[in-house]
Design a protein around this ligand. Structure first.
Ligand SMILES: *Cc1c(COP(=O)(O)O)cnc(C)c1O
Length: 422
């Protein structure tokens, strides 16, 4: 397999052996901005978003980008300008959405633990709906809205008890999971909601997991939701928005998930004519293959057992391999001729899990050589930390032959910015 295929994006491709992001050489970006460095392709991100949009053309719909996948406001702004809304998991994400220019009427708020402050903030921001995950949360929203003299628009997050058949840590739609309200308890809860003075029942929501290869689990969930919708209609409760969540996977290592266009087309086929607005909440699929994490080899450490490339990125910059055992392809930024060797690419952090890849086929490396860790755009920077006293990396957005810094590299001052000495 050639390195070109391993980037999982045609916007990260080789020209004469040098890796380019759109029309800029990744090496030049690393030289200008330093490493480790997240490099994003605007086209890669928008191509996926536009696929969703085209797939849903002709039916009322709203694409709420799941901010938790990547909260950079410059990226969210690009999507918002194309018509995207936002799916939130916290008040902080509402602040990011507002800062990026996402209008309130395109925002939905998910999450099992919304606090009083977050609920007040969301009601003041005039968001489309709060996706309610429990009866006590519904009661709290009713009470808070009453105190504010507002009516709170809500959806109930239905747990449809459908196995997304994905990684256990990112599967959310089974009864034993903490998410949503068990299917059979939803109708009575809707009846309670409809009778509450400060609640406006507006929608129905679900989100069953991440990294799905096709639309079938979501179609199953959609069937259950539409069945419940009919049931509620007979009880005089109108649902105008049906939110099926996010979850479409991306290619990390040779998988072939549906494209966003194919995925959206299947949803459209099922919901066409149902008389509701379809809401989707994609995160990973939009951002995942829109970035690489560029790092530099610090040392090549050869022992009698293995060869390690110790790089200047680590699990604090990209945690997925350490947390989920996730696979990310790794490619050389300058693909030299010559035979490939099996190399373990590791970070410098004092944890055995700080490994980006084992036995990776790479050209012979020397200290100073640049590598790109692929498919790093979603749940990459979003999960970055200061662990081991490491500051978080910079982010650059490429648009054609232009690049701009969309997040500064942090400095040591950031390590103690909110600490109090004496
Ligand atoms: C995480 C999450 C998403 C996004 O999931 P992806 O797999 O990244 O598309 C959407 N909705 C909710 C409620 C989520 O928690």
């Amino acid at each position: 397999m050639s390195f070109d295929e391993l980037t999982n994006s045609r916007f990260f491709a080789y020209r004469d052996g040098d890796l380019f992001a759109e029309s800029i050489s990744v090496r030049s970006l690393a030289e200008q901005y330093g490493t480790p460095l997240y490099v994003y392709s605007r086209e890669a991100m928008l191509e996926v978003f536009d696929g969703y949009r085209r797939g849903l053309e002709g039916i009322p719909h709203l694409i709420c980008y799941a901010i938790k996948a990547n909260g950079n406001i410059a990226l969210i702004k690009q999507l918002a300008e194309r018509g995207a809304g936002a799916d939130l998991t916290s008040g902080g994400e509402l602040a990011l959405a507002q800062k990026a220019g996402v209008p309130g009427e395109r925002i939905v708020f998910s999450g099992v633990g919304k606090t009083r402050d977050e609920i007040e903030y969301a009601l003041n921001a005039g968001i489309l709906m709060l996706n309610v995950e429990s009866e006590p949360e519904l009661e709290a929203i009713d009470q808070i809205a009453g105190e504010m003299g507002k009516k709170a628009p809500v959806a109930i997050r239905v747990n449809p008890n459908i196995d997304a058949k994905t990684h256990p840590k990112i599967s959310t739609g089974l009864r034993e999971h903490k998410f949503g309200v068990p299917f059979e308890e939803c109708a009575p809860l809707y009846e309670r909601a409809a009778a509450m003075p400060n609640i406006e029942v507006r929608g129905m929501a679900s989100h069953i997991g991440s990294s799905l290869a096709d639309a079938s689990p979501l179609l199953q969930a959609l069937n259950r939701l539409l069945g419940l919708r009919d049931d509620l209609k007979s009880k005089g409760i109108e649902i105008s928005y049906v939110d099926v969540g996010g979850g479409l996977g991306i290619r990390y290592q040779g998988e072939s998930p549906l494209t966003s266009h194919e995925f959206a087309s299947e949803l459209k086929k099922r919901i066409e004519g149902a008389g509701v607005t379809l809401v989707i909440e994609p995160g990973r699929s939009i951002m995942g293959n829109a970035a690489v994490l560029v790092c530099r080899t610090v040392y090549v450490k050869k022992t009698s057992y293995r060869t390690f490339a110790v790089v200047d990125a680590a699990m604090n910059d990209l945690a997925r391999p350490a947390i989920y055992g996730a696979h990310h392809n790794i490619v050389p930024v300058c693909a030299k001729e010559g035979t490939l060797q099996k190399i373990d690419v590791v970070g410098p952090i004092c944890e055995s899990s700080d490994v980006f890849g084992k036995d990776r086929e790479l050209p012979e490396l020397q200290s100073g050589d640049l590598l790109a860790i692929c498919s790093a755009g979603a749940y990459g920077y979003a999960m970055a930390s200061y662990y081991n006293g490491r500051v978080r990396p910079a982010e650059v957005l490429v648009e054609g032959s232009e690049a701009r810094l969309i997040r500064l590299r942090e400095t040591y001052d950031d390590l103690w910015r909110n600490q109090v000495l004496d």
